[in-house]
Design a protein around this ligand. Structure first.
Ligand code: AMP
Ligand code: ZN
Length: 481
């Protein structure tokens, strides 16, 4: 497959270091709040990437960290500690906050059919690994102690800006408005590897280290966790585009300085979900969650489809109207699949291969998910038997994870329950319950006789039994609610 590599700024053929395994690392959530649907856009697209690699026959080992320490509100190591902020807001301990929001994150992932990575590691589990890396960086002269902290010295590198498609202004995080400068840094982009001088009096999590009691910087956790579980080389590293700088840039700096060789081959960055007022962000405090979508009656998988309809390297604008369009598309898709005859089990292999080729063509070209959805429509329109179509849709859904066959089966079951009774040209669609049908008919007769009070009384009586009537041309439909 071809993937755009942010490190080389071009599409490249994906070839893993070891033919039998793809080593994949993903930056996990900072668990001081719920993940918003923007964060989850990144995780949905990364999930599709992992599943597509597996679909192509690769063995994938995927590792994800959970940031439960060290992430300050500015990515440039200044500002408040995000976890502490969450704990204060909710009058809980940092570890309680971490557990609660980690569980909430995986519950959201489950609703969106995002597979749990093979290894999930909280940052606080790997302190010994970070201490080892920081010690070696000091030994090799890539780090220095100043003002009570240990910093990485970016001036020691031949090349620091790996993803240099950022403009200088973006890179000058340390001098951004509202962000106080850390005077202990020798160079503007130096970053903290280990904090011993916490400016937070009530810093809850701290550990002993050769440099005093303290806690790790944010970037070191991903290098430490990745090397612990995936060794000294990595095929694929993923995250949202805001992670490219400084987080991933710093990960590369410290990992390669520590290892003394090249570390990760492919960098996959998902662009942002924006609202019409800009990037959706947790720190702004106003953001949409999966629970909120559910409260409003949306199926989380309609949001997954919404994300799949656009390319991961383009920013995506969220609006309720756009989501409503995805809901309509999803419902139509399921209705079409439900109309296929699921008793047909024969597969026309030649047709199957030709249509699968279109799907592969889309995804192997830098994970073009919107074209992959078009390939789903191509299957539905194809001149082939229903068995072949259903086999293809089941196959594609290993990657898309939209529950296409399951939802269609549920739709068929719902439709099977619907029985039609026609009396004197008046058609009643329902579950075939004669007592209810009789009341529905009585109501129709009352309406015909302009006895609206009686018609309303019958509607209320049915409502009391949990039955809802919808008038349709030539009759009525009823369902239990
Ligand atoms: P965080 O929990 O802030 O560490 O972010 C978790 C993941 O979500 C990271 O990979 C971020 O780059 C990504 N992310 C943050 N905001 C957005 C957004 N608005 N759209 C897409 N991804 C995002
Ligand atoms: Zn990371």
């Amino acid at each position: 497959m071809y993937l755009y590599n942010s490190a080389s700024h071009k599409k490249e053929e994906f070839v893993p270091n070891h033919p039998d395994i793809v080593k994949m690392y993903t930056c996990g959530p900072t668990v001081y709040h719920f993940a918003h649907i923007g964060n989850l856009r990144s995780y949905i697209m990364e999930d599709v990437l992992e599943k597509y690699l597996r679909y192509q026959g690769y063995n994938v080992k995927r590792v994800m960290n959970i940031t439960d320490v060290g992430h300050l509100s500015s990515d440039a190591d200044t500002g408040e500690d995000k976890m502490l902020k969450g704990a204060k807001r909710e009058h809980k301990t940092v570890m309680e906050i971490a557990q609660y929001y980690t569980d909430a994150f995986f519950s959201d992932c489950k609703k969106l059919n995002i597979k749990r990575p093979d290894v999930v590691e909280p940052a606080t589990n790997c302190i010994a690994e970070y201490i080892d890396i920081v010690s070696k960086l000091l030994e090799k002269g890539f780090a220095y102690e100043a003002g009570g902290n240990v910093y990485f010295d970016t001036s020691k590198l031949d090349q620091y800006y790996v993803f240099n498609d950022h403009d200088e202004e973006d890179l000058a995080v340390g001098v951004r408005e509202g962000v106080e400068e850390d005077t202990s840094k020798r160079n503007k982009n130096d970053f903290v590897l280990w904090f011993t001088k916490s400016k937070f009096e009530d810093q809850a999590l701290k550990w002993d280290s050769p440099w005093g009691v303290g806690y790790p910087g944010w970037h070191i956790e991903c290098s430490g966790i990745s090397m612990k579980h995936l060794g000294e080389d990595l095929d694929l590293h993923c995250g949202g585009i805001d992670n490219a700088f400084p987080h991933h840039t710093n990960e590369i700096a410290q990992s390669e300085a520590y290892l003394g060789h090249h570390w990760c081959n492919y960098w996959f960055h998902v662009h942002h979900l924006n609202t019409n007022t800009g990037k959706m962000s947790k720190s702004k405090g106003e953001f949409l969650t999966v629970s909120l979508l559910e409260e409003k009656g949306y199926d989380p998988l309609a949001y997954r489809l919404f994300c799949l309809q656009s390319h991961y390297r383009r920013s995506l604008v969220f609006s309720w109207e756009n989501l409503d369009n995805a809901v309509t598309t999803y419902q139509k898709l399921i209705n079409k699949i439900a109309a296929l005859d699921d008793s047909d089990k024969t597969v026309d292999q030649a047709q199957f291969d030709a249509l699968k080729e279109k799907f592969n063509h889309a995804l192997s070209n830098d994970l073009n998910t919107s074209l992959a959805i078009t390939a789903v429509y191509d299957v539905l329109k194809a001149k082939t038997n229903d068995g072949t179509k259903l086999a293809l849709l089941g196959d594609f859904d290993k990657v898309l994870s939209l529950d296409l066959l399951e939802k269609a089966a549920a739709k068929r079951a719902e439709q099977a329950k619907t029985k039609t009774a026609t009396t004197g040209g008046y058609t009643i669609q329902g579950e075939g319950d004669p007592a209810i049908d009789a009341l529905v008919l009585q109501r129709a007769e009352a309406k015909k006789a302009k006895n609206f009070a009686e018609a309303d009384r019958i509607r209320d009586e049915l409502k009391a039994q949990g039955v809802e009537i919808i008038d349709v041309p030539g009759g009525a439909q009823w369902k239990r609610v």
